[in-house]
Design a protein around this ligand. Structure first.
Ligand SMILES: Nc1ncnc2c1ncn2[C@@H]1O[C@H](COP(=O)(O)OP(=O)(O)OP(=O)(O)O)[C@@H](O)[C@H]1O
Ligand SMILES: [Mg+2]
Length: 164
C-alpha cells in the first residue's frame, strides 16, 4: 500500500438501483486486468454493485450469485469471486488465483478483505457502508494510475470532481 498513486471518491446511494447504476457506470470504464475489491457487511450491496458492473461490461442476463462457489466466469472474461467462505487459500489448489486476479480478465471480488493478500497491489477498493437510514455510502479508492483515472472519470459521469 502506498507505493502507487491513489484516488478516492465517495457517493451516497439511497436505493439498490442507485448502487447498481453506479456499478454499471464503473463497468463501462473498466479495462482488461482490472481488479475490483468489494468490501462491506452482510447485505451491504456488494452483489448489487457487482451485477451493475457486469452489465456495464456488457455481460447481460446475470444469473449467478457466487455465494456458494468461489468463482463464476463470464465472457470477457469477467471473474466474479466471493471470499466469504474462503478459509485457507493456500489449500484451494484447484483455483488459479493468478489467472483470476492478475490476468487478462476483470475480477470482481466480494468479501475481498477476507483474503487481502490474494489481491494485486493495483486494484480498486469499493467499500459499501450502510448508514442508519439504510442509504449506502460507497467509497471507491483506486491504487494505481490507471484505476485512479477510472475513478476520476466515474466521478465526472456523476457530475462530481474526485478529490485526491
Ligand atoms: N442503496 C442500496 N444499495 C444496495 N442494496 C440495497 C440498497 N438499499 C437496499 N438494498 C438491498 O440490500 C440488499 C443487498 O444485497 P446484496 O446481495 O447486494 O448484498 P451483499 O453485500 O452482496 O451481501 P452478502 O454479504 O450476503 O454477499 C438487497 O436486498 C438490496 O435490494
Ligand atoms: Mg453478495
Amino acid at each position: 500500500m502506498g507505493q502507487f498513486p491513489m484516488r478516492s471518491w465517495s457517493v451516497r446511494c439511497p436505493a439498490a438501483q442507485d448502487t447498481e447504476a453506479l456499478g454499471r457506470a464503473l463497468g463501462r470504464l473498466l479495462f482488461p486486468g482490472a481488479a475490483v475489491a468489494l468490501v462491506g457487511e452482510l447485505g451491504a450491496g456488494k452483489t448489487t454493485f457487482a451485477r451493475g458492473v457486469l452489465e456495464g461490461l456488457g455481460v447481460h442476463g446475470y444469473l449467478h450469485s457466487p455465494s456458494f462457489s468461489l468463482v463464476h466466469e463470464y465472457p470477457g472474461p469477467v471473474y466474479h469471486l466471493d471470499f466469504y467462505r474462503l478459509e485457507q487459500p493456500q489449500t484451494e489448489t484447484a483455483l488459479d488465483w493468478e489467472e483470476y486476479l492478475g490476468g487478462e480478465g476483470v475480477a470482481l471480488v466480494e468479501w475481498a478483505d477476507r483474503c487481502a493478500e490474494l489481491l494485486p497491489p493495483r486494484r480498486l477498493e469499493v467499500r459499501l457502508e450502510v448508514l442508519p437510514d439504510g442509504v449506502r455510502r460507497i467509497r471507491l479508492t483506486a491504487h494505481g494510475t490507471a484505476l485512479a483515472a477510472v475513478v476520476a472519470a466515474l466521478a465526472a459521469t456523476q457530475g462530481e470532481p474526485a478529490g485526491l
